[in-house]
Design a protein around this ligand. Structure first.
Ligand code: FAD
Length: 413
């Protein structure tokens, strides 16, 4: 049996950031981080890889280089929880006890949720920016396609980075437009949503690009089956009156975003809410039923946009509240406001910087003269291309919180 005062599950955006935030506040805290993977990915960079702007290598770093100094790495995966005994069970059958637990395992991409998809991924014109090894294929396909039908699909919500399916479409169409090929390529978005984006304020600016690229929007469509060699795709479509029907279509290229769900070991655990996500109080990020447990990142059942930007704001909230509750910090609890961000890459060099919190409230980080989130911005592109990657590696994952508006509190002792 192992014991650590604080145990963090997951070495992704949320897990590394929260471990670093805890260490920044209380350097002598005994923390273990449970993570099976050797590599950590900066997934927000994959849209840029698919658009031919970043090389894949800049989005990957070794896990060992990112786990904060002084944090003990348990290189295994968590299989189960025993919250009443403050214990987690590892896949290697070892148990780890804790005083406080922070859960940040991200979400699971359900590639098998679309019949025929796994067999053809990376071949027959089928690609996805949602995997490190496939994002470069997107750019390859975009460069080689001269004419035909290019489809982009979006699965049921919630998904991580809800804007990513259409970002892939805009960047692809922008390339074809610049190459003079767009007139020969039909661009179509198939989304189960009834609208282009969940927060209305951003829709008008996005629609100017839908019109510029002459992209056809197919709402209420879910990709159910794909036949790569035959280059055909099947969608279930629900009409406004509720009638379901199957639509069959062909493609020359298809960018697929797979259905997404909470990881199985969360869904099957006492931590889950009815939908399978971790049941947290949306403000304090403490578990709804187990006060020794906190959670952040894509796996939580709060209504914020599942983004690394959200995890950036959540990590200091969890670190602060956990240390206050343990008596290591003085002061009141702080609340997460639901902030999430989605830089919508509408063309090479321009971004619509969507930033919003719970209930779709706009939460701009910059004064409107610098970046107005509802308008296209070149400055926002520079932010995404040049600023956000170093901000992620050097500030967020290091517990330096100047962009996360740290909540100040005095340290006791
Ligand atoms: P992750 O970063 O996915 O990390 C989860 C970690 O938990 C992994 O290392 C995994 O190995 C580990 N783990 C899983 N199971 C276990 C287990 N059983 N035991 C122990 N460890 C486990 N966000 C933005 O802010 N802006 C963007 O522009 C943006 N664009 C995106 C584009 C794409 C194509 C994708 C895929 C994502 C994008 N995101 C974006 C979303 C962002 O990457 C995620 O929201 C963020 O990584 C979530 O952090 P997380 O720590 O919850 O999960």
């Amino acid at each position: 049996d192992l014991f650590h005062t604080v145990v963090v599950i997951g070495g992704g955006a949320g897990g590394i950031a929260v471990a670093a935030s805890l260490k920044a506040r209380k350097p002598d805290l005994d923390i273990a981080l449970i993570e099976p993977a050797d590599v950590h990915y900066y997934q927000p960079g994959w849209t840029m890889v698919g658009g031919g702007i970043f090389s894949p290598a800049v989005t990957a770093r070794t896990m060992a280089s990112l786990i904060p100094t002084g944090v003990c790495w348990i290189k295994d995966a968590v299989a189960a929880f025993e919250p009443d005994r403050n214990t987690v069970i590892l896949e290697g059958h070892q148990t780890v006890r804790y005083d406080r637990l922070v859960v940040a395992p991200g979400l699971t991409l359900d590639w098998a949720g679309v019949a025929g998809l796994t067999e053809t991924l990376g071949r027959n014109g089928v690609t996805s920016n949602y995997r490190y090894d496939l994002a470069p294929d997107t750019w390859e396909l975009v460069q080689t396609l001269r004419a035909g039908r290019a489809l982009f699909t979006q699965p049921p919500m919630p998904i991580k980075c809800a804007g990513a399916p259409q970002k892939a479409m805009y960047l692809s169409a922008d390339h074809w437009l610049r190459q003079g090929r767009l007139k020969d390529i039909d661009v179509e978005l198939y989304t189960v949503s009834p609208a282009l984006f969940g927060v209305e304020d951003y829709v008008p600016a996005l629609m100017t690009y839908v019109n510029r690229y002459d992209a056809r929007l197919n709402f209420r469509h879910t990709l159910t089956r794909i036949d790569g060699p035959a280059k055909r795709a099947w969608f279930s479509r629900q009409t406004e009156t509720g009638i379901c029907e199957t639509i069959e279509t062909d493609f020359d290229m298809i960018h697929v975003v797979p259905p997404q769900q909470a990881p199985d070991f969360i869904r099957a655990s006492p931590l889950a809410d009815v939908a399978g996500w971790i049941a947290v109080d949306p403000a304090s990020l403490r578990h709804a039923r187990f006060p020794a447990i906190y959670a952040l990142g894509d796996a939580i059942g709060a209504s914020n946009a599942k983004t690394a930007a959200a995890a950036r704001k959540q990590a200091p909230v969890v670190a602060h509240n956990l240390l206050v509750e343990m008596g290591h910090l003085r002061g009141a609890e702080v609340a997460y406001d639901g902030y999430g961000s989605c830089p919508l890459t509408v063309e090479r060099g321009k971004i619509l910087l969507a930033e919003f919190g719970y209930g779709g409230t706009l939460m701009p980080s910059f004064p409107a003269w610098l970046i107005d989130g509802t308008k296209l911005s070149r400055v926002a592109w520079l932010l995404k291309e040049r600023m956000l990657p170093p901000l992620y590696w050097k500030a967020m994952l290091k517990g330096r919180e100047w962009m996360a508006k740290p909540q100040r509190a005095e340290r006791t002792a």
